[in-house]
Design a protein around this ligand. Structure first.
Ligand code: NAD
Length: 271
């Protein structure tokens, strides 16, 4: 196991925390006795969530260096130095070959570079203090793939890759890293895919997720994340099947791709 952290009395920042998994993480942290700063681009919903759970809100884009600096400064002034950072804000879509450079860049900024920028701001001070914890919300799509979305598949793989690199590079400095890779979680992201904001790709993406296993509640996922932080476990897979799918992929990549092609054909016939 890596470096573990007890959350009681610790200072935590959670991004993408106006609702969904982020709000559940923030609430679970507050319940566990942590001091919490939450952030989201949706200012009104963020303020309501902060009020409900008893957290301090900093509105803004999670991928902006200025906003990240504001989150850290607010946490410092309100509670003290930041102990844990939950890089959870993310965007999903149903984009394939039609995705424009702007859409690719947006997915890369929010799903990957936001993590890099937060780590760049925090890791040096954590190394000095000999303690800190970074939690990445990636996705099972970052270990396997996301049928229906090229941008999501690629950026979530990159998020996993960055989290692995952080763990390998800074584990010896007392820094813990966990990487959350769920399949379906009952949040706005999954619901909007099903109804479909993201067009056919979004519908296929949501069907691929809900068809592959159980849809968990955000709080179930948040509780598993905090249990993993308490143990210093890197990979968090609230859906046990993900481990089995990973084993099959590693054992025979071509066979796994054929299986995914078959699953996609099946889904295309359904949506
Ligand atoms: N719901 C699922 O099935 C599922 C599965 C695997 C991974 N995830 C990941 O979980 C994370 C949380 O998503 P969720 O399911 O709770 O969905 P959600 O849509 O409820 O939450 C995402 C939040 O991120 C915020 N956000 C979007 N862009 C932002 C930006 N640029 N800056 C700051 N905030 C921004 C949104 O306003 C929203 O509140 C995401 O990274 C998502 O990819 C979700």
């Amino acid at each position: 196991m890596g470096t573990a952290m007890q959350i009681k009395d610790k200072v935590a920042i959670v991004t993408g925390a106006a609702g969904g998994i982020g709000a559940a993480l923030a609430e679970a942290l507050v319940d566990g006795g942590a001091h919490v700063v939450i952030s989201d681009i949706d200012e009104a919903r963020l303020a309501a969530t902060a009020e409900r759970i008893g957290a301090v809100a900093v509105a803004g884009d999670a991928s902006s260096e200025d906003v990240i600096a504001r989150m850290i400064a607010t946490a410092q002034v309100s509670f003290g130095p930041v102990d844990l950072f939950f890089a959870n804000a993310g965007i999903g879509d149903g984009l394939g070959m039609s995705a424009t450079d702007e859409q690719w860049q947006q997915a890369i900024d929010i799903n990957v570079l936001a993590h890099v920028r937060a780590a760049r701001a925090l890791v040096p001070q954590w190394v000095q203090r000999g303690s800190g914890y970074f939690v990445t919300t990636a996705s099972a799509a970052g270990l396997l793939t996301q049928i229906g979305s090229a941008t999501y598949s690629m950026t979530k793989h990159a998020a996993v890759g960055f989290a692995e690199w952080l763990a390998v590079t800074y584990g010896d400095d007392g820094i813990g890293v966990s990487c959350l890779c769920p399949m379906g979680v009952d949040t706005e992201m999954l619901r909007s895919g099903m109804t479909s904001g993201g067009g056919t790709g979004g519908k296929v993406a949501a069907a691929a997720v809900t068809g592959a296993g159980e849809v968990l509640t955000p709080r179930e996922v948040a509780d598993q994340v905090l249990a993993s932080v308490a143990e210093g476990t890197f990979l968090i897979t609230p859906h046990a099947d993900v481990r089995e799918f990973m084993r099959r992929k590693a054992a025979d990549h071509d066979r796994w791709i054929h299986g995914m092609q078959r699953y996609q054909r099946h889904l295309m016939g359904e949506v």
